[in-house]
Design a protein around this ligand. Structure first.
Ligand SMILES: Nc1ncnc2[nH]cnc12
Ligand SMILES: [Zn+2]
Length: 327
C-alpha cells in the first residue's frame, strides 16, 4: 500500500515554504548568518515541536524563519522541498510564502521572491515539477500592512498566481481583509484563505462571501453547518486539508477522528496536503499514509484524493487533463 501511495501522481496545494525548514538546515543557516537560536542541538529543536495550538506552533515557526537572510537561503530551502517532491511523486506544487515574516526583519521582498522563484524554475527544468507561487498576508498584522505588501508584490506579479491569508486565525476574521482581497482580485490574482482551522464555520462563510476565495485552506470546521457543507459540494469549492497538521496543532483530537473521508463521501472536493512538513512530522506521502492507517482509506479513496489535488489546482484545463490522464 505504501508503494501505492508512493507511486500515486500527486499535487500539493497547501504548503508553506517556511514550514519546510528542517532543523538541520535551520542550524546550518543560523551558523552561516550569525543568527543565535534558542536551541543547542538539532534534537532540542525537534523536542520543542510539541504544540498545544496553532499559536504555539506559529511562535516557533516565525523564530525558525529568522535564519533565512540571503537569496541563496530561500533558494536552498525551496530546492530541498522540490527534491522531496521528486522523491514522493509530487508532480505539481502551489507554494505559499509569507513575505511579511521576512520584510518585518528588514529582508527585501525581492530577495525572498528571487530565491524561491529560481528554485522553482530549476525544479521545472531539472525535475519536471510544475509550480505556482501564492503570497500570503499575515492576518495578525494590519490591513494597512497587507495593502503595503500587495503593492510591493505588483512588480513581481508575473511570478505570483494568487494571494492567501494565514497566521493566527481566531480574532482575525476574513472580513478584516475584505478590501485588500478586492484589490488583489482586481489585479488578477487568484485568492485563497486559511479558514475553519481553529476558527469556527463563520470564518469559512466570510472567506467565501466576502473574499470570494477560489479555495479554502483547511476548512475542516465546515461540518458544524450542514448548509455550508451543501454549499461547498454544490459549488465544488475545494478544501486543502492537512491531516497531520490538524492533529499536531490539536484542531482535531486524533487521526481516527479526522473528518476528511467523511467530507469526501459527502461530495466535498477535499485534497490532502502537508502544510508545514518539517514541523508536523511528515511530508505529503506521510499524510496519505496516515489516512490509510488510521481511517482505513481505500485505494479508490486515495486515488480520488490525488485526482482532486489536480482538479483543485490553478492549472489550466488542458494541464489538468494531462495530469489526470496519468491515472
Ligand atoms: N497551519 C497554518 N495555519 C495558519 N497559518 C500558518 N502559517 C503556517 N502554517 C499555518
Ligand atoms: Zn497552512
Amino acid at each position: 500500500m505504501n508503494n501505492f501511495i508512493q507511486n500515486l501522481p500527486k499535487a500539493e496545494l497547501h504548503l508553506h515554504i517556511e514550514g519546510t525548514l528542517e532543523p538541520e538546515l535551520m542550524f546550518k543557516l543560523a551558523h552561516k548568518n550569525d543568527v543565535i537560536l534558542p536551541y543547542k542541538t538539532i534534537q532540542e529543536v525537534r523536542d520543542a515541536y510539541n504544540f498545544s495550538s496553532l499559536q504555539s506552533f506559529l511562535d516557533l515557526y516565525y523564530a525558525g524563519a529568522s535564519v533565512l537572510i540571503e537569496e541563496s537561503d530561500f533558494f536552498e530551502l525551496t530546492w530541498a522541498y522540490l527534491q522531496k517532491c521528486k522523491e514522493q511523486t509530487i508532480l505539481h506544487v502551489e507554494i505559499f510564502f509569507d513575505p511579511q515574516t521576512h520584510t518585518k526583519r528588514g529582508i527585501a521582498f525581492e530577495t525572498v521572491l528571487k530565491g524561491i522563484v529560481k528554485a522553482l524554475q530549476k525544479g521545472k527544468k531539472e525535475l519536471g515539477i510544475s509550480s505556482f507561487l501564492i503570497m500570503c498576508f499575515l492576518r495578525h498584522l494590519s490591513e494597512e500592512e497587507a495593502f503595503k505588501t500587495l503593492q510591493e508584490s505588483l512588480a513581481f506579479k508575473h511570478h505570483i498566481i494568487g494571494v492567501g491569508l494565514d497566521s493566527s486565525e481566531v480574532g482575525h476574521p476574513p472580513s478584516k481583509f475584505e478590501r485588500v482581497f478586492k484589490m488583489a482580485r482586481q489585479e488578477g490574482y487568484k485568492v485563497v484563505a486559511h479558514a475553519g482551522e481553529e476558527g469556527d464555520n463563520s470564518y469559512i462563510w466570510e472567506a467565501i462571501k466576502l473574499l470570494h476565495v477560489n479555495r479554502i485552506d483547511h476548512g475542516i470546521r465546515c461540518d458544524e453547518d450542514a448548509t455550508l457543507v451543501d454549499f461547498l459540494v454544490q459549488k465544488q469549492i475545494p478544501l486543502t486539508v492537512c491531516p497531520l497538521s490538524n492533529v499536531k496543532l490539536k484542531a482535531v483530537l486524533n487521526m481516527p477522528k479526522h473528518n476528511i473521508l467523511s467530507l469526501l463521501k459527502q461530495g466535498v472536493l477535499v485534497t490532502v496536503n502537508s502544510d508545514d512538513p518539517a514541523y508536523f512530522g511528515g511530508y505529503l506521502n506521510e499524510n496519505y499514509a496516515a489516512l490509510k492507517e488510521h481511517l482505513n482509506a481505500s485505494k479508490k479513496e486515495l486515488t480520488t484524493l490525488a485526482k482532486n489535488s489536480f482538479q483543485a489546482s490553478f492549472l489550466s484545463e488542458n494541464e489538468k487533463q494531462h495530469y489526470l490522464s496519468l491515472f
